[in-house]
Design a protein around this ligand. Structure first.
Ligand SMILES: NC(=O)c1ccc[n+]([C@@H]2O[C@H](COP(=O)([O-])OP(=O)(O)OC[C@H]3O[C@@H](n4cnc5c(N)ncnc54)[C@H](OP(=O)(O)O)[C@@H]3O)[C@@H](O)[C@H]2O)c1
Length: 342
């Protein structure tokens, strides 16, 4: 199976470096990277191994390789590509989801499947993206968009087999959880954010995290996937952690609770919300540091909480790799079935 990789930053590079180890049911290395693009242009790799591509990018030599198209357009590399799967590891854009949105739609038109770590297109244009995938008969897999390496979406799909979702409630952003945890220990907000950046937890510009946009995108993706809805980002009643004050932490402490940025979806009440809330010390969501946690309450009365590391380039790349391996398995299974029935 051939992939076209868009974006070779922290996640894309980690993916290239783990591709040779990706396990799928047949074993072996059934995955080739036939082309790669970053913000400077693109390259049809002509059989280069993923590790060679990663090493070229890391050493700054990718753009001087023979065949590199400086300034080449993403839509051109998609049109020229013989890849089966478009893998989107480009920067998330919550304004209009471009250029990823156009790339994903172009991939579907070519009959390609899509694996994405990028929340933009699904958070802003889920009806369009999912509709175009259905029309084209393509798959789109996006477990990396929520929870990094923790399989919040996959676990939710498993829960959904037994019963509908009655509510989802969780901490979906590791950066804000870290910042709130450090603030609860007495650090001012600015210092907590600086510390998160220094530790490589927060992006250089963590605005999307602090304002609650990242958490909002994730609760939209969860609601749409697990409850078959077609929400978009503006549907979320969103409050970030910008206005959190030391007094709020003192109040939380005096009542034995913690202040957390909680994302909530209650289908029966059309509640789709992100806001700072007090959680009791016995609540499973009372996790500190960069942890993410999500409580799934089902209509049959069952309740589960999944806790895990929410982000990290390697963990996120692992989720992308899992999705690629699932596609490979599905394609080979389909081929086997065709062989058996012909
Ligand atoms: N890092 C995490 O822990 C994490 C967790 C969950 C999800 N994600 C998602 O995964 C994606 C990648 O994250 P990352 O941490 O790898 O980001 P990153 O290190 O900033 O890398 C982004 C990549 O996108 C490329 N890019 C940006 N604009 C482009 C354009 N217009 N055309 C072509 N390429 C473009 C960049 O090109 P250059 O190399 O030329 O700059 C870079 O290779 C994002 O959508 C992010 O939200 C990341």
């Amino acid at each position: 199976m051939k992939i076209l990789l868009l974006g070779a930053g922290k996640v894309g590079l980690s993916l290239l470096e783990m591709l040779p180890e990706v396990r799928y049911s047949r074993g072996g290395s059934g995955i080739q990277v036939s082309a790669i693009a970053d913000s400077g242009g693109y390259l049809h790799t002509q059989g280069m191994k993923p590790l060679e591509i990663a090493a070229s990018k890391r050493s700054g030599k990718l753009h001087s390789l023979h065949g590199w198209k400086e300034g080449g357009r993403l839509l051109d590399v998609i049109a020229e590509s013989d890849a089966d799967v478009l893998v989107d590891c480009m920067t998330t854009n919550f304004r209009d989801a471009k250029p990823s949105l156009d790339c994903v739609l172009a991939a579907f038109r070519k009959g390609m499947d899509v694996v994405t770590a990028n929340k933009g297109p699904l958070a802003l244009h889920a009806p369009l993206v999912l509709g175009e995938a259905r029309r084209a008969g393509s798959s789109i897999m996006f477990s990396a968009t929520v929870g990094g390496g923790t399989p919040f979406i996959d676990f939710g799909m498993l829960c959904r087999r037994d019963s509908s979702i009655a509510s989802l409630r969780g901490i979906l952003n590791g950066t804000t959880n870290f910042v709130l945890t450090r603030m609860s220990e007495g650090l001012p907000a600015d210092s907590a954010i600086t510390e998160a950046k220094a530790a490589g937890i927060a992006e250089t510009d963590p605005t999307n995290d602090i304002r609650g946009l990242d958490s909002s995108a994730k609760i939209v993706i969860l609601a749409n996937t697990l409850a078959g809805r077609e929400y978009t980002l503006p549907d979320v009643d969103m409050t970030g952690i910008e206005a959190v004050t030391p007094e709020m932490f003192r109040e939380a402490e005096s009542s034995g609770r913690s202040l957390k940025l909680i994302s909530t979806y209650i289908p029966g009440e059309e509640v789709l919300r992100v806001s700072p809330e007090l959680v009791s010390s016995s609540d499973h969501l009372n996790v500190g540091g960069t942890y993410n946690a999500l409580t799934y309450t089902l209509e049959d009365g069952n309740e589960f909480t999944l806790i895990g590391t929410g982000a990290g380039a390697v963990e996120t790349a692992r989720a992308v790799a899992r999705d690629i391996a699932s596609l490979l398995d599905a394609r080979e299974g389909k081929r086997d079935n065709q062989a058996r029935t012909s």
